[in-house]
Design a protein around this ligand. Structure first.
Ligand SMILES: *Cc1c(COP(=O)(O)O)cnc(C)c1O
Length: 231
């Protein structure tokens, strides 16, 4: 087995164990392989190990890799910060966007989504840790944003996403993920998606209801940002 295949088996075991502990069906927790900075060959290896959903943060890097993988039935998720001038390409080349945090971006994605590709799946990114430096809308702004986005054409509002402040304390991890779950429940919009949990904290996220865990390092190894595109 390749290292990526071994890592994938290990991550799937972690997801299964955390799901059992939480009394959840592991099939309700999707594994999103976060492949930023990794070459197309690494994604191909992950696909051979059975992974299908890939998350990318940098648009140009993703657009460079996608043609090399066009023979595979992959599902592409955009998970990075979004500048207005990138929305047209994101709307055309991705199946999901997890990182929408303002209405203007959602409106542009709705206008620019090619209708023949079907609705673009959207998660609203929420800042649940209150750090000024992190992206995501403020929890107080979420109800109005969610209502507005849910009414846009060519988009399907699926749920919420968060990247809480990193901490080793499982109780603090769970508290942040619980905040996202509670926010989702209070919206009353029939959302079915909570995108939360990464290599370090996926167990806590699954305990609080994650339906996508976004895992990079535990699948592909540490990242070398020296080779990454910044766009
Ligand atoms: C990089 C990244 C991840 C993966 O983080 P790891 O700690 O490597 O698992 C998940 N989500 C987002 C939004 C990321 O940018």
């Amino acid at each position: 087995m390749s290292t990526i295949a071994e890592n994938s088996a290990t991550v799937l075991e972690r997801i299964a164990a955390a799901s059992r502990t939480a009394g959840r069906d592991p099939a309700t927790v999707g594994l999103l392989a976060v492949s930023k900075t990794k070459p197309a060959a690494a994604l191909r290896e992950a696909a051979a190990a059975g992974l299908r959903d890939f998350g990318e943060n940098y648009l140009q890097e993703a657009l460079d890799k996608q043609p090399a993988l066009a023979d595979l039935p992959l599902v592409w998720h955009f998970i990075g910060p979004i500048q207005s001038n990138k929305t047209r390409a994101i709307a055309s080349h991705f199946d999901w966007v997890h990182s929408v945090d303002r209405l203007k971006i959602a409106q542009r994605l709705a206008e620019q989504r090619p209708p023949e590709r079907g609705p673009l799946n959207i998660c609203l990114q929420v800042n649940v840790s209150g750090e000024a430096s992190k992206s995501g809308c403020h929890p107080d702004e979420l109800p109005a944003l969610a209502t507005a986005v849910s009414q846009l054409p060519n988009l399907r509002l699926r749920g919420l996403m968060a990247i809480p402040e990193a901490t080793d304390d499982p109780a603090s991890q769970r508290a942040a993920f619980a905040r996202l779950r509670t926010l989702s429940e209070t919206l009353n919009l029939n959302l079915d998606t909570l995108s939360m949990g990464m290599s370090q904290d996926l167990e806590a996220a699954i305990a609080e209801g994650a339906t996508w865990v976004r895992v990079g390092t535990a699948l592909f190894g540490a990242r070398d940002y020296g080779v990454a595109s910044s766009t």
